[in-house]
Design a protein around this ligand. Structure first.
Ligand code: AMP
Ligand code: MG
Length: 409
């Protein structure tokens, strides 16, 4: 009998991880530091916007009823209203006001005729000829169209994109309440590892730490590199004992069943409760997840591509949930397989592909070397193709699920 526990399906593993994550405490930050983060509270409108009915066009503010007769209709121009100024006169029958985009509508007017539908009258500079009839409300942006004071403008959990921040700025709100960014410690483990700036000798350059740090930053977290721990129980344990104040601790390598794989032992010795180990997935099977207090520990596999794939499928959603985002599942799009794939059932494969748009569909072509160590195919990939765990073959043209990668340039 095997003493290794059953492999967890991918979705179940992610659901368990998300179950360990609740949004971090709120901080108020300037809007431009809130991009991509989630609102920690509902935000209500402080201002009604637009504050008055105003013109959507450069043209003439008219009374629609004046244009009911035969066209063109000649009107007397009372004044010109610019954006940022207030009208001073009422538009009475037979008159109009020249008006610029964004300028408040003068009293009496109920529609705007765009300038292109009018004609100057050569011998009468105070008059204009209107060439078309319009209905009341034509080219008017009504008061309160965008926001009414007191309305909930954006709900808690809303991801803040550029227009959302625009909405808040338009309200005169320069700072925004968001859960603080997760603090993430990143530790590499392995006797063979050296830093990129060291003479390599027989060593393998530590790619995971800097790559994961970038992935953390791109997912909104704040990474701190803990360096490289050698393959002894003591070294890994010592490095992992220095994680006070971190929300998430990421390690790479040393989580398989090798003789020098000490990460699980070290976590246990430090009182981290293991939540699960091993997921039915390739690449990335040996993932281990644990928790101590509020700190989440995720032991990622050592192969650089495996660690990036598990980051994408498990760590990024966790970091996003800690930042209060609700919709944190990896995004998916549907596509077709350009080629054929086969495997034994039992593991879900996430195949590196390049996907291109052809004849109205996204066609995904698997990249050459798919071994966990190969970074070349990770570099060229635009998506991961989900080859379900119970399936053993996908024929040319199969409909497939594709995950756009967050790690691309
Ligand atoms: P392990 O999980 O320790 O068996 O490592 C699996 C493979 O990943 C080995 O070939 C390691 O040399 C390689 N590896 C582990 N950590 C890193 C790292 N930080 N950067 C690059 N390769 C690594
Ligand atoms: Mg190792």
């Amino acid at each position: 009998m095997s003493d290794t526990p059953a492999l967890l399906p991918v979705d179940e593993a992610r659901a368990r991880i998300l179950g360990l994550c609740t949004p971090l405490p709120t901080e108020w930050v300037p809007g431009d530091d809130a991009l991509g983060r989630a609102l920690a509270e509902d935000v209500r409108a402080r201002r009604t916007l637009p504050p008055w009915d105003n013109s959507a066009m450069d043209g003439y503010a008219v009374r629609a009823r004046d244009l009911a007769g035969p066209l063109p209709v000649r009107l007397t121009v009372g004044e010109t209203v610019f954006a940022g100024r207030r009208p001073t006169r009422e538009v009475v029958p037979g008159t109009c006001a020249r008006i610029m985009t964004g300028a408040p509508l003068p009293p009496g007017a109920d529609a705007v005729v765009m300038r292109e539908r009018t004609r100057a009258v050569p011998d009468a500079p105070d008059a204009v000829e209107i060439l078309e009839a319009v209905v009341p409300g034509n080219f008017i942006r009504p008061r309160g169209e965008d926001a009414k004071e007191g309305d909930v403008l954006l709900r808690r959990g809303t991801p803040l994109g550029i227009p959302e921040l625009g909405l808040l700025w338009a309200q005169g709100q320069g700072t925004v309440p968001v859960p603080r960014r997760p603090r993430v410690a990143v530790l590499s483990t392995g006797d063979e590892l050296c830093r990129v700036d060291e003479p390599p000798g027989d060593g393998i350059v530590d790619v995971n730490a800097p790559a994961l740090a970038l992935a953390v930053r791109r997912a909104g977290g704040v990474p701190t590199l803990l360096g490289i721990a050698r393959d002894t129980r003591e070294a890994v344990q010592e490095a992992l004992s220095r994680v006070e104040g971190f929300d998430v601790v990421l390690t790479s390598a040393g989580v398989s069943v090798g003789d020098h794989d000490f990460v699980k032992d070290a976590l246990e010795a430090l009182g981290v409760e293991q939540r699960f180990w091993r997921v039915a997935i390739k690449p990335g099977k040996p993932l281990v997840v644990g928790q101590r207090g509020h700190t989440l520990f995720m032991g990622l596999p050592g192969n650089p591509t495996s660690s990036l794939v598990t980051f994408e499928l498990f760590v990024r959603p966790a970091l996003r949930r800690l930042q209060g985002l609700e919709d944190v599942e990896p995004p998916r799009v549907s596509g077709r397989l350009d080629g054929r794939l086969s495997k034994a059932p039992g593991l879900a494969h996430f195949v590196r592909v390049t996907a291109t748009w052809r004849a109205g569909e996204l066609w995904a072509k698997p990249l050459g070397t798919q071994t966990s160590g190969a970074l070349r195919s990770a570099a060229a990939a635009t998506h991961l193709l989900h080859f379900p765990y119970d399936s053993s073959s996908l024929t040319d043209g199969s409909h497939v699920e594709l995950l756009p990668l967050s790690w691309v340039a």
